[in-house]
Design a binder for this molecule. Sequence first.
Ligand code: AP5
Length: 219
Amino acid sequence: MQRPFVIILLGAPGAGKGTQAVRLAAARGLPHVSTGDLFRENLKLETPLGKQAKGYMESGWLVPDELVLDMLFARVARPDCVRGYVLDGFPRTLPQAQAFGERLGRIEPIVIDFVVRDATIVERAAGRLTCKACGNIQHARFAPPRVAGKCDRCSAELVQRPDDAPAVVTERLRVYHEQTQPLVGYYQTAGVLRELDGEQSPEAVFRSLMGLLPPQEAA
Ligand code: AP5
């Protein structure tokens, strides 16, 4: 059996990880595992985990590692992840990366670092629109809805994420530089990091991303 194909999308909040993860997962037939989406699902369902994560997310802070790791490990243990998966928003701290590395053992992940300037991040967060029903990501300027306020994919309502408020975005960026950016050096040292220019159009980013990945092996 082939080794699982584990792709980690690293980058600042709003760098375009979610947008590209959906496309990449579809292109490679792999599940898209987003810790942010998993937490938002838990928030919506008002689970104990969602209640614990709520305050951290609303403030732009990271949820404590132990909560993230339990949730993530349970998700990637599901049968749909056996051939691999696309990780979006995980790992985000050195302890998360180390714990995940131990779990992967001899499997080497491919880590893609989305390089995007802070000014671009602020602009993208300010205009982001997310579908309440299917989670599709659009943007008021860069991916405008065909019908105002409605999702292009399923026509449900598009909303702004509460953590895209300007003050929270500033805090998320600060937290990113302090706690997540050190992972770039960590994975560089491990020899598994590939840099991606995330300032290009979504289509050009996708082409560059596919160019950084090895060709898909036959099943
Ligand atoms: P999470 O949901 O992971 O948020 P994030 O990493 O902050 O990333 P975003 O979803 O904001 O951005 P993205 O890079 O996916 O960009 P997108 O494609 O949407 O996490 C939320 C919270 O959960 C965290 O703050 C934390 O509290 C908690 N959490 C999650 N994981 C955790 C972990 N591992 N540890 C601890 N806590 C955790 O794009 C943004 C916008 O730009 C969109 O509108 C899009 O249309 C547009 N856009 C995208 N690409 C382009 C482009 N190339 N050109 C123009 N516009 C573009």
